[in-house]
Design a protein around this ligand. Structure first.
Ligand code: CAA
Length: 393
């Protein structure tokens, strides 16, 4: 029985900073950002946006689609919420989402963490679950805010976003293969101790570990599957910034695809980079926003095409897996909604970006109402006695 992703959508925060504006104010050459790391803008969350509100907004088109088609959302009996921007050491962010979206109490919810990789772990667990209980569906969420210290090389690679996907039997979007390649290695390339709100990163080292991981995960995949590099039509990589995917693809192709031209290699990934170039890094969500970008921005019919995915989470775990797009997958796309959501973001000037960056959720246990900033359907309205308060508009 085929199992895979039935529907997928993403959401990002309502504000964005042009990296030219960042360069103009921090003394960098703008080309370092636009060419060197391949990024144009980064999404910036308002005070009333967090991983829960972004994730809930990402779910709306999926739930509306189910309603329009007369499908029962109670078939979703599991919500797996992947994030490395945890809002609580104990309570899963997905429980807030479960409440905001009025899911049935007969639905289990859990949070997963392993840097940017955990959404892929969630997806793999979901496929196994559905294979065992084919009538059930699993909602997989990836939601993160990438945040580095100001005036560091990482600052230009910030961003945020959330992806929601429904995993089911007989999926209408992509069937996933069960063979995957894995690489796990204990390294300190990027991490965030519990007492910090920004990540620590050994930037250049992290890019080297990423490349080592993609090669090793691919080698493991080759042991598990008969598929060769030439059997793949497109690739989606974890996207901390778009140049990283170009480097990874060339690295993987090296030794695998001497016969493929540079243009073919570029065509295999270019559409997957379009959205991330303007949202920035979104950790767990980044590769899946890349997948949506490929689907939304490729005019040709991709039905029957094989996609290779490489998911990377610092620290580090990587996985290479694959799937094939289904006939009429286009019926499940939310291209217009994605594009109008991206266009409606409010551009920030540098002063406003600094102000928004400086905002921290108060930790004094008092009652605090947050400024209404987002246009999204869901808001974090404030915090009262250490309890986060959410609202549906
Ligand atoms: N015009 C064109 N290109 C330029 C340029 C200019 N004027 N100036 C510099 N460049 C190029 C450089 O030559 C370099 O290109 P190559 O990588 O091809 O050599 C590129 O721009 C970057 O410049 P630097 O080497 O000077 O790098 P930096 O000190 O600015 O740091 C970074 C870059 C390490 C990616 C940094 O942004 C960072 O630490 N980011 C966060 C960590 C990260 O994203 N790591 C990725 C792997 S880990 C991961 O994937 C997990 C995750 O999500 C975090």
């Amino acid at each position: 029985m085929p199992v895979g992703i039935d529907d997928i959508s993403f959401y990002t925060a309502n504000f964005s900073l042009d990296l030219q504006e960042l360069a103009a104010n921090n003394g960098s050459n703008a080309a370092k950002y636009t060419v060197g790391i391949g990024q144009e803008r980064m999404s910036v969350p308002g005070a009333d946006e967090d991983v829960v509100t972004m994730a809930a907004n990402a779910c709306v088109p999926l739930l509306e689609g189910m309603k329009t088609r007369g499908e029962d959302s109670n078939a979703i009996k599991t919500i797996l919420f992947a994030t490395e921007t945890g809002i609580d050491q104990s309570k899963a962010a997905g429980v807030y989402l479960h409440s905001l979206l009025k899911f049935s109490p007969r639905c289990r919810v859990v949070e997963l963490k392993q840097a940017c990789y955990s959404a892929t772990a969630a997806l793999q667990l979901a496929t196994a679950w559905v294979a065992r209980k084919p009538k059930e569906k699993v909602l997989v969420i990836a939601s993160d805010i990438a945040r580095y210290e100001r005036q560091t090389p990482g600052e230009a690679t910030q961003g945020c976003g959330a992806v929601a996907m429904i995993v089911s039997a007989n999926p209408r979007l992509i069937v996933l293969d069960s063979e995957t390649g894995i690489h796990t290695e204990d390294v300190m390339d990027f991490w965030r101790p519990n007492y910090r709100s920004t990540a620590l990163v050994d930037g250049k080292y992290s890019t080297k570990v990423y490349l080592r991981c993609v090669r090793s995960a691919w080698q493991d995949f080759q042991q598990q599957s008969d598929l060769k590099f030439a059997d793949f039509d497109y690739f989606c990589y974890h996207l901390p910034f778009s140049r990283m995917a170009q480097k990874a693809h060339n690295h993987l192709a090296n030794g695998n695809a001497h016969e493929l031209s540079t243009k073919t290699l570029e065509d295999q990934i270019s559409s997957s980079l379009i959205y991330n170039r303007i949202t920035g890094n979104s950790y767990t969500a980044a590769m899946y926003i890349g997948f949506i970008s490929l689907l939304d921005n490729t005019a040709a019919n991709l039905a029957g095409k094989r996609i290779g995915f490489f998911s990377y989470g610092s620290g580090s775990v990587g996985e290479f897996f694959t799937g094939t797009l289904v006939e009429d997958y286009q019926d499940m796309l939310h291209q217009q909604g994605h594009q109008s959501m991206l266009e409606s973001r409010q551009p920030l000037n540098y002063a406003d970006y600094q102000k928004m960056y400086a905002f921290e959720v108060p930790t004094d246990g008092g009652d605090h109402e947050f400024e209404h900033q987002t246009n999204g359907k869901f808001r974090l309205t404030g915090i009262s006695q250490h309890k986060r308060l959410y609202q549906v508009r």
